[in-house]
Write a protein that binds this ligand. Structure first.
Ligand SMILES: C[S@@+](CC[C@H](N)C(=O)[O-])C[C@H]1O[C@@H](n2cnc3c(N)ncnc32)[C@H](O)[C@@H]1O
Length: 239
């Protein structure tokens, strides 16, 4: 079992009121897909899944939901602290929207039941649960930039978290970081390269300027584009 010695979290855990359908989803459906840390990691997903992907801070869940639909041969773990975001992901993966009637039984769309697990808390707690060399790809997309210098130690991409991500990735596993924030772009690049445990896979500028081929747009990305900022997509391979 995980020791719940919670690290200090500086973001928001809950936002504005969560509407009725989403509250119902949190009550009735989150337990179905909730990552059960009492279970051993090996038994989290059926054996048929050869790949496991992890998205940290999935926000509203568009990317996680999109990836899990595109890659039905892979298992997906999503971690998100923000309750409204978790509720939104549940709405996407069940197809239940505000105002729609609730069906008698709630299930994943496309008859999927078992390729997605949600950890509705701080990823730093979950790291302890995940064994070495067990994840194929880790996504950290548009992490909170904490742009002020005095808040730099709150940035998710930092030496401690990079060590943990490196540990849980399989050989040649990929860490993908996307950001639209100037300060975070150079911070993430510098911290990851300086760590000495990841190599940047980009060979030319198009490799980090263009969306990767398996990309799914997120809310933060669309906002960044609307506001004239250019996101970058940084893929690093575990050394
Ligand atoms: C700026 S949002 C981006 C959300 C999403 N990735 C996207 O691109 O739309 C960053 C998200 O990371 C979540 N987050 C930050 N630190 C986290 C942590 N330690 N564990 C889990 N989620 C975290 C926040 O709650 C927030 O929803």
């Amino acid at each position: 079992m995980l020791q719940n010695d919670k690290p200090k979290f500086f973001g928001r855990r809950q936002g504005r009121r969560i509407r009725k359908a989403k509250t119902t989803l949190l009550d009735a459906f989150l337990p179905v897909v909730k990552l059960d840390t009492e279970k051993s990691f090996d038994r989290l997903f059926p054996d048929k899944y050869e790949k496991t992907y992890l998205e940290i801070g999935f926000g509203n869940g568009e990317h996680l939901a999109g990836q899990s639909l595109k890659n039905q041969d892979a298992a997906f773990i999503g971690a998100e602290v923000f309750k409204n975001g978790v509720a939104n992901l549940l709405s996407i993966i069940t197809g239940i929207k505000e105002g729609s009637d609730l069906p008698e039984t709630i299930s994943l769309t496309d008859n999927r039941v078992d390729n997605i697990r949600v950890f509705d808390d701080d990823m730093r707690i979950l790291f302890k649960y995940i064994p070495d060399n067990s994840i194929d790809k880790v996504f950290v997309l548009f992490p909170d930039p904490w742009p002020k210098k005095r808040h730099a130690d709150r940035r998710f991409i930092n030496p401690d978290n990079l060590k943990e991500i490196h540990r849980i990735l399989k050989k040649d596993g990929i860490l993908r970081i996307a950001t639209d924030h100037k300060v975070y772009k150079s911070w993430a690049l510098r911290k990851t390269i300086e760590s000495g445990i990841f190599e940047w896979t980009a060979k030319c500028s198009n490799d980090w300027r263009r969306e990767p081929s398996d990309w799914v747009q997120t809310k933060y990305q669309r906002k960044a584009i609307r506001e004239g900022r250019k996101p970058v997509f940084l893929d690093f391979r575990k050394i």
